[in-house]
Ligand binder design. Structure first.
Ligand code: FES
Ligand SMILES: [Fe+2]
Length: 441
């Protein structure tokens, strides 16, 4: 492990992150993981949930912020708070259920009670405390909160950048994805696919804009589609993914993107290339009869994915029509949530089809990825083989282009997004941003 001097000068991360490769220790070292939970998951804007999951006054849900248990609440006035789920008395969590509705949280240990904005509202038998005991000093710790078009972000950075600045070049892409929903309003379904990855969280991030692996990792899924005798969604990954108009891009601030949209050229293509879905033909026939050809084509296209893989550093992944978020649990364990999305303005049958997509890639494709994440973690446990290559597309003149906004665009199978985000990660790990919870005396 590093010496104090290495850490103080940042030498360690200069040694572990090179231009075209990273050291295995960034995925396996417990001390580095602990440091990340402060420098990345403490100091960055971290996605913690979607406002549609907090419907109505006094709704709440629990989650994590870099491993810290949190409660995300909506108070009676509609404001959203992200509270550290840790009683100020002796440290117990005050909320122990996944979601619900509550004006206050009463700590099960000795009964201290907190309003859903975090303030301490009462302690049992207060005469047992000295006169100078001031309840105002014992509210639950709070993270700073930013809500961007219903996406809730939290941070312990004392003076974070505006969320719009953090999103940067990812922002118009997120806007595009949200604006595909009628009225620009997304409903995130709380019944998520919950996947337990036996791997470091960065292996999930690395893969989120990896256009090199689908042809091989997801061969069974792609062959299943081929047997249907038609070109189906993602088939282009198996053919010559670098030759078409599809591309990958590093967007800056750790964010990255694969754009599959150029493979879809006319209205109806999205719908036509989807793999079989239960109810597909019957619902399609009803929608076409009810809405007419043009409107039905538009609506049916909205039931399938956006053909975007947008990774918003450090833990929000917009893939297809789903919202994924990752929660680091340990150096070699990560929880990955996949949430379906619906629209209050789409006919209910089409929302059903949208939710059916949860049975497609997350069931038939993501297990391939999970297996590889776990096997990478196992392989990376071998100390004698030190380096992880991220050099695909590196050092080839003219292969990637600098975008006017500072991003980098490259052929789909290049590891450009990985090199970009890992250097952003390195800069954060070399920085000394203090992290603090608001409200803690
Ligand atoms: S630990 Fe919460 S009231 Fe004692
Ligand atoms: Fe994959």
């Amino acid at each position: 492990m590093s010496t104090t001097r290495e850490r103080a000068t940042g030498d360690l991360y200069d040694q572990l992150v090179l231009e075209d490769r990273v050291h295995r220790r960034i995925y396996t070292d417990q001390d580095i993981f602990t440091e990340e939970m402060t420098k990345v998951f403490g100091a960055c804007w971290v996605y913690v949930g979607h406002a549609s999951e907090l419907s109505g006054a006094n709704a709440f849900m629990t989650g994590t912020l870099g491993g810290r248990p949190i409660i995300i609440t909506r108070d009676a006035g509609g404001d959203i708070h992200v509270l550290l789920n840790r009683c100020l008395h002796r440290g117990a969590t005050v909320c122990r259920v996944e979601r619900g509705r509550a004006k206050r949280f009463v700590c099960p240990y000795h009964g201290w009670s907190y309003a859903n904005d975090g303030s301490l509202t009462g302690v049992p038998w207060p005469s047992g405390y000295a006169p100078e005991f001031d309840p105002a000093k014992y509210s639950l710790g709070r993270a700073r909160v930013a809500v961007y078009r219903d996406f809730i972000f939290a941070t312990l950075h004392p003076s974070p950048p505006a969320i719009e600045d953090h999103l940067g070049a990812a922002r118009p892409l997120l806007d595009y994805w949200i604006d595909r929903f009628p009225g620009g309003k997304v409903t995130a379904r709380s019944g998520a696919h919950r996947m337990d990855c036996q791997s470091n969280w960065k292996l999930v991030m690395d893969n989120s804009t990896d256009g090199y692996h689908p042809a091989f990792s997801h061969r069974a899924l792609l062959q299943m589609a081929q047997r249907l005798g038609e070109t189906k969604d993602m088939a282009y990954f198996a053919e010559s993914p670098d030759d078409g108009d599809m591309y990958c891009r590093y967007l800056g601030n750790g964010h990255s993107f694969i754009d599959q949209r150029p493979n879809y050229r006319k209205p109806g293509d999205y719908w036509a290339t989807q793999r079989p879905t239960p109810g597909r033909e019957a619902i399609e026939a009803r929608i076409r009869a009810q809405y007419g050809e043009e409107e039905a084509t538009r609506l049916l296209d909205l039931t399938v994915g956006s053909q975007m893989n947008l990774s918003i550093f450090p833990n929000l992944l917009i893939i297809g029509n789903q919202i994924q978020s990752l929660r680091p649990v340990a150096v070699d364990r990560t929880i990955l949530l996949w949430q379906a999305t619906t629209s209050e303005e789409l006919p209910e049958e089409l929302n059903t089809l949208r939710m059916r997509t949860q049975e497609d890639f997350p069931s038939f494709g993501e297990p391939d990825d999970l297996a590889n994440f776990g096997e990478c973690q196992r392989g990376l446990s071998i100390p004698e083989v030190e380096w992880v290559l991220m050099n695909r597309g590196y050092g080839i003149e003219g292969r990637q282009s600098l975008d006017p906004d500072g991003g980098v665009t490259a052929p789909t199978t290049d590891e450009t997004p990985m090199r970009g985000y890992i250097h952003h990660w390195k800069a954060l790990m070399q920085s000394d941003t203090p992290v603090v919870a608001e409200g803690v005396a």
